[in-house]
Design a protein around this ligand. Structure first.
Ligand code: E4P
Length: 213
């Protein structure tokens, strides 16, 4: 299973890369706006640290606008993957971009049928947002599980990125569901390191060592 970091913050990306635990990065307009500055330069900086896929989202909502933005973003680095929203215009852009060899991550997936259509259009990745479904009282993990089951059944090449992850338990649940990738906020990644028995164990070992010195 691959882990991506869901952020546009360079310090977080550098730290997670130094830990050696992340395989790629996803961004979205909200995350990019939070950091400020010029997005193409930030994307180029992110790609200096991350050699795996780095998702960058288009802002246009029409097919030709999305394709134009996608070409500009994809020219920044070979690992850039274009995030395209799950709309009819978006899937048309995905189909055209695939012909040009530009990989797309279809985002804002909230149903199995949306996932199926995105895969059929040739998305390299799809991003079901499980946390936002949970927020509405739906079962986001079940959606990821349904998508993964059917994609396995038909040997689809599209990889499933479990997105909108809220806590470490989500990581276990989407791994069990068979998601290829989980994209995590930095705060969730940090929590994954922690276990009180690890902390206590270190303290006890050090205390015992001091007793005989
Ligand atoms: C995924 O690619 C999105 O950037 C992200 O996971 C959205 O998560 P949110 O619901 O916490 O905004």
């Amino acid at each position: 299973m691959k882990l991506f970091l869901d952020t546009a913050n360079l310090q977080e990306i550098k730290q997670a890369a130094a830990w050696g635990v992340i395989d790629g990065v996803t961004t979205n307009p909200t995350l990019v706006a939070k950091e400020g500055g010029d997005f193409p330069s930030r994307l180029a900086q992110i790609c200096e640290f991350i050699k795996g896929p780095v998702s960058a989202e288009v802002l246009a909502t029409d097919t030709s606008g999305m394709i134009a933005e996608a070409r500009t973003l994809a020219a920044i680095a070979p690992q850039v993957v274009i995030k395209i929203p799950m709309t009819a215009a978006g899937l048309q852009a995905v189909t055209a971009l695939k012909e040009e060899g530009i990989r797309c991550n279809v985002t804002l997936i909230f149903s199995f049928n949306q996932a199926l259509l995105a895969a059929k259009a040739g998305a390299s990745y799809i991003s079901p947002f499980l946390g936002r479904l949970d927020d509405l009282g739906h079962d986001g993990v079940q959606l990821v599980s349904n998508i993964c089951e059917v994609f396995r059944h038909y040997n689809f090449a599209t990889e499933v990125i479990a997105a909108s992850i809220r806590h470490p338990l989500h990581v276990l649940q989407v791994a069990q569901a068979g998601a290829h990738i989980a994209t995590l906020p930095f705060s969730v990644l940090e929590k994954m390191f922690n276990h009180p028995l690890t902390e206590q164990g270190i303290e006890r070992f050090l205390a015992d060592w001091q007793k005989v010195r």
